[in-house]
Design a protein around this ligand. Structure first.
Ligand SMILES: [Fe+2]
Length: 145
């Protein structure tokens, strides 16, 4: 269980960096909209990072707290430090949220088997959030196809 929780925490940390990178480097006519939306997303993720890390500690597990550990295990990969057009980044953002959803489902299934109620309900919160975001982002991706 602690490995899966730390994997989710690692993905969240790398995704945070990636979203802020896009927030800085996005270009295009819809700059203002995308720039702001990405800030909303990474702020949400920042809160989840703290919440999840404290949850891991409260369970008595060791919590990953270094970039080195996050980068070693993260399934989400960093973006390059360069300008990116808004058309190109949404698919990447969508893929990121899908990775988080997979992590959460695995943790929830494990938590339910172990009657770990608080972990299970925390995953419900995250799943609700990520699935709603995926739906909205997929509407943007459809328009671009
Ligand atoms: Fe900013």
């Amino acid at each position: 269980m602690s490995d899966d929780l730390n994997l989710l925490l690692s993905n969240l940390n790398v995704f945070y960096r990636k979203l802020q990178n896009y927030h800085w480097n996005v270009t295009g006519e819809d700059f203002f909209t995308v720039h702001e939306k990405l800030e909303e997303y990474y702020n949400d993720i920042n809160e989840q990072i703290d919440e999840l890390a404290e949850h891991i500690i409260s369970k008595g597990y060791r919590v990953f707290a270094t970039m080195k550990e996050y980068l070693e295990v993260s399934q989400i990969k960093e973006a390059e430090s360069k300008k990116i057009h808004s058309d190109e980044l949404w698919k990447e953002v969508l893929e990121g949220f899908k990775v988080l959803i997979e992590n959460c489902i695995k943790i929830k299934e494990e938590a339910d088997r172990e009657n770990a109620y608080t972990t299970s309900s925390l995953m419900d919160d995250y799943l609700k959030d990520y699935k709603k975001k995926c739906w909205m982002i997929s509407e943007v991706c459809k328009e671009e196809d």
